[in-house]
Write a protein that binds this ligand. Structure first.
Ligand SMILES: C[S@@+](CC[C@H](N)C(=O)[O-])C[C@H]1O[C@@H](n2cnc3c(N)ncnc32)[C@H](O)[C@@H]1O
Length: 495
């Protein structure tokens, strides 16, 4: 199984007793075939018991090999075919992985797993008192909407064999045995989660993470900033609306145990999400606004005009509106407005007109369809693809990125303790302007207006600026990560 599966794997060789467990959805195999496997297995297990009693090692390994073959033939190969044939819904499998992730990471016994449209294959190392059945029960109860088969295939593996399988899954997850630096380590078969953290040191230093300090990472992503804060001893509450990001961060940051708390949701609701967990005041709040590289690089997410994919662009796959909804349903004027306002696209009207003409013939459903349409309106100038600005504009609209940022700014200060710090990294002039204006508004002790005889106290005054000008990436960072070129870090401290 490669392209149509989600893989995860931990680093580090197993040391103890390992099992490979294969669960599948009940209806993925024909009942007669299953029955044939059960009967064959029963007979082989009985023969193995006899051979064991007689102490016949040669016969025992011969029978074990026959059992393996029988399972490969009647279970594993048909399941592979079923997973390939069933339509693979990235969002569904991601969601399932998300539901299962807590159960799969509990106790750190799970070394690797692979989830397809109809199977879950897990490599687990038994470390405590629990048997493998307890693990299986946990995965079943974490995915109650699925009817998993009653009898999973459970196979004991030697440490070397288990390690080989773990490495194979790591390879499929796109890791290829590399030590990720500030990058995550999970992905679909074709898409590793790899995001290079921007202004890592600068942003983390400004928040002063240390033991006993509680910091909210409102844009957890691959966990790059969070990892540095956890390393410094802080407790981190990480929020992300993308299940793939949350899974990647959970896996990468598992070594920090219960100092990391992952929350699913939109940071516009950060205060409510934290209050629900009993967290009312924190020492720091970080937002690294925008999308992560894996979101852009994964064609199924529909962010990129360079690869064929559904016209989606939702960071949260459960959000109600996708880019295709806007492109196919918004009135022409609204479309033009989105392209102009969020993409500063000068040809916004012409593009909107062409979209409306095109969708009257047939809906525009893929990224390349839209990119080609835009390229037909705009001649290519220089290196930039003509669809760059329109795609950015649609992405901002689909995810209401400016609305979410405004809501975070409005509520963020209230979450902070006195002396707590609020740091925001932006990549877009509209976002930076929103942050700059808000930070100016709350850091001025007085307001002066020409019509007033004297300045008056500012009722919103609540913080001080940490640096007057935004911090930008240095030469060294730009050499390695050109994406950092447009990044701006601004920060304030609550009085
Ligand atoms: C630039 S990445 C963060 C990368 C992270 N700092 C790191 O070093 O790995 C931004 C992340 O924020 C998430 N995100 C963006 N807007 C969000 C919002 N309104 N609510 C929750 N998460 C959001 C995205 O899904 C993405 O994973």
């Amino acid at each position: 199984m490669t392209g149509s599966a989600v893989y995860q794997a931990r680093r580090g060789a197993p040391g103890g007793v390992c099992y490979r467990v294969l669960l599948w959805e009940e209806d993925a195999l024909p009942p007669q075939q299953l029955e044939a496997w059960r009967t064959g297995r029963r007979e082989l297990l009985a023969a193995m018991r006899d051979a064991g009693i007689k102490g016949s090692r040669g016969r025992l390994s011969e029978l074990a090999e026959q059992l393996r073959e029988l399972t490969a033939q009647l279970i594993a190969a048909p399941l592979d075919a079923c997973a390939e044939a069933r339509s693979f819904s990235y969002a569904r499998v991601e969601q399932l992985a998300e539901d299962l992730s807590a159960a799969l990471s509990a106790g750190e016994g799970v070394l690797a797993y692979c989830l397809t449209s109809c199977t879950l294959s897990v490599l687990v190392e038994l470390r405590g008192e629990e048997g493998v059945d307890a693990w299986v029960a946990r995965w079943r109860s974490a995915s109650p909407e699925l009817t998993w088969c009653a009898e999973p295939v459970i196979e004991a593996l030697g440490a070397a064999e288990a390690h080989e399988l773990q490495e194979a899954y790591r390879h499929e997850a796109g890791l290829h045995g590399q030590e990720p630096d500030v990058a995550g380590e999970t992905g679909t078969g074709s898409q590793p989660f790899h995001h290079v953290t921007v202004l890592a040191r600068e942003a983390v230093d400004v928040l002063r993470p240390a033991e006993g300090r509680v910091i909210v990472d409102a844009t957890l992503g691959g966990g790059g900033h969070s990892e540095l804060m956890l390393k410094a001893g802080a407790t981190v509450w990480g929020i992300d609306q993308d299940p793939a990001a949350r899974r990647a961060a959970r896996l990468r940051l598992a070594p920090y145990g219960d100092r990391l708390h992952v929350l699913a949701g939109n940071f516009r609701n950060a205060a409510a999400l934290l209050h629900e967990q009993g967290v009312d005041a924190v020492d720091g709040l970080l937002a690294d606004i925008g999308i992560s590289s894996p979101q852009v690089d994964c064609p199924e997410r529909g962010f990129s005009f360079l690869a064929e994919g559904p016209l989606d662009m939702r960071m949260n796959p459960d959000a109600p509106v996708s880019a295709a909804d806007i492109v196919n349903q918004a009135p022409e004027e609204e479309l033009a407005d989105i392209l102009w306002r969020y993409g500063e696209e000068r040809a916004s009207r012409a593009i909107a007109r062409r979209i409306v003409e095109q969708r009257a013939q047939a809906p525009i459903t893929t990224t390349t369809q839209l990119a080609d349409l835009i390229a037909g309106v705009l001649p290519r100038k220089g290196k930039q693809h003509p669809a760059t600005r329109s795609f950015q504009a649609l992405r901002i609209a689909v995810n209401d990125e400016l609305g979410a940022l405004d809501a975070l700014l409005a509520s963020g200060l209230e979450l902070l303790k006195s002396g707590g710090r609020f740091a925001v990294i932006t990549f877009h002039s509209l976002e930076d302007r929103a942050v700059k204006r808000f930070f100016e508004r709350v850091t001025k002790p007085e307001i002066d207006r020409p019509e007033w005889p004297a300045p008056r106290p500012n009722p919103e005054y609540a913080a001080r600026l940490i640096f007057k000008r935004p911090v930008v990436a240095g030469e060294e960072e730009l050499k390695h990560n050109p994406r950092a070129r447009s990044a701006k870090l601004r920060a304030i401290e609550k009085l």
